[in-house]
Design a protein around this ligand. Structure first.
Ligand code: MN
Length: 245
């Protein structure tokens, strides 16, 4: 993107209303800017603006004119190649991880996307260690109703190993990010939290992906959460206890 620049903007004032983030997104999109806006824990707004320098100046001038805004500070940052202007920090839906003893033992990792649970079978389970890449084999979508299932099934069994909400992230809008084979998201579960990425490595009938913890404050190097926290977040029992072994 020739002539593009990028700035990180911090906006202080009475700016925690959701409608202001919507206004920022609408205005930014309308003048061809890309990036994101999010609320921070400190009650400010943080925004990443990418595009033509005149459009960036226009948006910052408009922000300064909003009555609720007390101050706007900006810092030049690297252009990241965003393809949308997104509101970050807003849950996109639910996620669930179901530990499943079938013919083979695995964890089913499921993300709500457009009304269904997109699903991956992860033989070794998710990890909170960012140096660990876990194979995740894409499997058929499941219904949201299946998220509640825990019990014996088909000679094996299922426990609800983790669940919560998640945020869609990355530079590309969803579900296109999944179609392109690189999706970034933030989990808010009881065991899994913070940023993760799914990266497709192979196609075919059951495409192979890698599930990778991103490097952030929630990451725990050297940990193996699947082994350390075997219990169901629904019942407290382990899969072995459910199966009576
Ligand atoms: Mn399964």
């Amino acid at each position: 993107m020739n002539g593009s620049r990028a700035v990180r903007v911090s906006v202080a004032g009475s700016v925690s209303e959701y409608s202001l983030r919507e206004d920022v997104r609408e205005r930014a999109t309308g003048i061809g800017l890309r990036g994101w806006v999010r609320s921070t824990d400190e009650g400010t707004l943080s925004a990443h603006l990418e595009g033509a320098p005149t459009a960036i100046d226009d948006l910052i001038a408009w922000l300064g004119s909003v009555p609720e805004v007390a101050s706007v500070s900006e810092q030049t940052v690297r252009v990241e190649g965003h393809e949308q202007f997104a509101i970050r920090g807003v849950p996109a839906g639910v996620f669930v991880v179901q530990e499943h003893q079938a013919t083979a033992h695995h964890f089913d990792f499921r993300l709500e996307v457009d009304g269904v649970m997109r699903s991956w079978a992860v033989p070794k389970g998710p990890s909170m260690d960012p140096t660990v890449k876990r194979l995740a084999v894409e499997v058929e979508d499941h219904s949201l109703g299946h998220n509640e299932f825990e019990g014996l099934a088909g000679g094996g069994g299922v426990i609800i190993w983790d669940r919560g909400s998640y945020e869609q992230g990355g530079r590309v809008p969803w579900p296109e990010a999944l179609e392109r084979g690189h999706a970034v998201f933030v989990l808010h579960g009881e065991k899994l939290s913070g940023g993760f990425a799914l990266q497709r490595t192979g196609g075919g009938a059951k495409p192979q992906w890698l599930l990778i913890k991103r490097r952030d404050e929630q990451a725990r190097r050297g940990s193996d959460v699947a082994a350390e926290r075997p219990e169901s977040v629904h019942s407290g029992r382990t899969l072995d206890e459910l199966l009576g072994r």
